[in-house]
Write a protein that binds this ligand. Structure first.
Ligand code: HEM
Ligand code: HEM
Ligand SMILES: [Fe+2]
Length: 478
């Protein structure tokens, strides 16, 4: 019986392309975690893989794979929801498939080059063929240009389909926001010898992605998913979405100033950055309230009617609720901690930043994208009510525990750096090494590694679950 149940319930080619993107996304997610583990081991045992695999390369692949798997899952989500929202097939199916393969081939080549060419001179050709040296966006220029072409194809598909189909509020926000998101990538593409200028533009991509356009993007995903999973009212989720868009852009754009405190930009950024970035948690609270409010309201309505099955996809809903909490904690709280220049002068570039980076990327993005994976799996198997499996429970528990554990460990390491390296010893080069070797710091790094292993085990459960939950749920229904 189980063998005859297959993931072939998707009616639209667009949704099948969405699935292709999700498959690559989860593989890259796995690669990201493995690289993180290698880098975490090297923190404790610097001789690990010495001269075979450099820490800088492990770290680079770790964070680039992070960005790329998230972009894959985002594109996958868009292709998946387009037919639902616009009521029609995507315009250019053939070219969309071609773009997928071109992008995937390019990503594979880029990663192989990173791994095989670990050290060498920094010449003009390095930027073109090996890596651009910009944290998170290290792809060499040839790949950069390829990415722009692939994204143009993707954007054409989304936009043209939107124009021809029905235009929901969710799609309107999606189309406008994707334009900004894709356009910002260009700011990270040109090279200048001046490090201040380089950083100035680089932050346009990094900050204006994660604190503005990506946040709006997950807002549209949450709106769409809440309609699908709990039957939330479209007018209500769309109203929230517009409010969030307004607030996110309101604080997020000038909030950019919190990266301009110490890079050689004028001092007025201290005030601008402090004020606007301190306001950034406000929309995150709104998003949090939005999800919980909709959920509570729908639950109440169903209970009043005496009905069951208020949630037709338990695992996806659990990940979306985790997203509401995670976004608020990782970005809102851990971000707010160090956003004032008076604090940031001590915490800048410590493990505290890393704690925030982990919890925010995980809480705000990984969670909801995993939720989308469950939604897509439900669609692919044509399951009416997807219930939580044991594997799912293990996966979400271990992954959340692992990430929280890593965050706490890194926060402690950062605290020690602030006190010893910065405040007491005056932030000299020697102070850095003294702080790195104190046992509080080393212990914290040990805990981070242990919690990284917990995360990885959770990831293995997640993959196993995604591979089987569709069949299991479908079988329970027939
Ligand atoms: C989901 C949203 C967010 C993500 C994914 C995110 C991620 C990150 C990452 C990865 C870094 C380190 C960048 C580097 O390598 O230099 C960083 C830095 C920073 N983030 Fe966020 N962030 C988010 C939201 C926020 C918010 C809302 C605030 C403030 C309220 C904030 C405040 C900061 C500050 C002040 C820094 C600079 C840290 C330093 O000086 O070392 N972030 N963020
Ligand atoms: C197996 C679990 C993981 C381990 C062991 C791990 C380990 C590491 C290590 C050792 C670094 C380099 C830190 C440094 O240079 O000081 C790093 C950086 C980073 N990792 Fe992870 N990581 C893991 C999972 C994740 C996940 C799930 C995410 C996000 C979804 C993530 C996001 C990041 C980010 C954004 C940075 C750059 C932080 C910064 O520069 O501030 N990692 N990770
Ligand atoms: Fe920022």
């Amino acid at each position: 019986m189980l063998n005859s149940i297959k993931a072939n319930h998707l009616q639209f080619e667009s949704q099948k392309i969405g699935m292709m993107y999700f498959r690559v996304a989860i593989i890259l997610f796995g690669a990201q975690l493995l690289m993180g583990l290698i880098a975490a081991i090297q923190f404790l045992y610097p001789s690990f893989l010495f001269e075979l695999f450099d820490f800088s390369v492990a770290r680079m692949v770790h964070i680039n794979a992070l960005v790329v798997w998230m972009l894959y899952a985002m594109i996958g989500s868009v292709y998946y929801m387009i037919p639902d929202e616009t009521g029609r097939e995507v315009i250019g199916i053939g070219i969309a498939k071609l773009a997928f393969w071109v992008l995937t081939l390019a990503v594979t080549i880029v990663v192989l080059v990173y791994i095989f060419v670990q050290v060498g001179p920094g010449k003009e050709s390095t930027i073109w063929f090996i890596n651009e040296g910009r944290e998170y966006l290290e792809a060499p220029r040839w790949a950069d240009i390829g990415i722009v072409v692939v994204v143009l194809i993707f954007y054409y598909n989304v936009f043209a389909t939107y124009l021809k189909g029905q235009r929901t509020g969710i799609m309107t926000v999606m189309v406008a926001n994707l334009f900004a998101l894709a356009g910002l990538y260009l700011a990270g593409m040109f090279f200048t010898d001046n490090i201040s200028m380089d950083q100035y533009w680089w932050w346009w991509v990094i900050h204006l992605w994660v604190e503005a356009t990506w946040e709006v993007f997950v807002g549209t995903l949450a709106a769409y998913a809440l309609i699908k999973i709990i039957g939330a009212k479209r007018e209500i989720v769309e109203m929230w979405l517009w409010i969030e868009v307004l607030m996110l852009f309101g604080s997020g754009i000038l909030g950019l100033g919190h990266h301009y405190f110490w890079i050689g930009t004028p001092e007025y950024w201290w005030e601008i950055g402090a004020l606007f970035s301190a306001l950034e948690p406000v929309p995150l609270v709104a998003m949090f309230v939005h999800v919980l409010y909709d959920w509570g309201k729908e639950q109440g309505a169903v209970h009043a009617e005496g009905g069951a099955h208020a949630i037709n996809n338990g695992p996806a809903m659990a990940w979306i609720v985790t997203n509401a909490f995670g976004n608020f904690l990782g970005a809102g709280i851990w971000g707010f901690f160090h956003t004032l220049p008076q604090v940031n002068i001590y915490t800048h570039g410590t493990q505290f930043t890393s704690a925030h980076g982990h919890l925010s990327f995980f809480g705000a993005y990984a969670t909801i994208l995993i939720g989308m994976m469950y939604l897509v799996t439900q669609g692919a198997y044509g399951v009416k009510h997807m219930k939580a499996t044991k594997l799912f429970k293990w996966a979400i528990t271990l992954i959340v525990l692992g990430l929280m554990g890593m965050t706490v460990a890194l926060t402690i390491a950062g605290y020690e750096q602030v006190l010893v390296e910065r405040a007491e010893l005056g932030a000299t080069w020697n102070a850095f090494f003294t702080a790195q070797n104190l046992h509080w710091y080393v212990q914290a790094q040990g805990w981070r590694l242990a919690m990284g292993v917990v995360t990885f085990v959770g990831f293995v459960f997640l993959v196993l679950d995604l591979l089987t939950i569709g069949k299991v749920s479908k079988e329970a229904e027939v």
